[in-house]
Write a new protein. Sequence first.
Length: 146
Amino acid sequence: MKDPEGYYYASRLINMIIGYNTSVSSPPKEWPDLLKPAYGGKLGFPSPLRYVWPEDGAVFIPSPIAIFKDSKNSEAAKVFIDYIISREGQKTMVELGDFIPVRTDVDPPAGTPSLGEIEKLPTDWKSVQRMRQDTKDRWTTLFGEE
């Protein structure tokens, strides 16, 4: 999994999905469900907690891995990256970190759909970066801290 401009490979995927309290009789299935009046005042991090893969898609955040042009030990960096994106390396990431592998020949963590089964929401990362400060400012206005 390579970024569109070829600067880095994804070493693992972090996802954004919907968590819900197991006492909820009808858990949300898609992102817009969270805006329904039935969930008003009920969003948070209660326990016990479960999660659902939204039917309309999940946001994936690739963890970049790359070799800097001026790296002092680019050969060692290449060996490390080769391992991380190898089948063995991805299996280790799943076992130790519960991450979604970037390889389709490595099974995801238990209870997690495979990469090919997950609907992915398109994300314009350049827009996300441009809106970063505005988002932080709005967060501070709403919640009083970053």
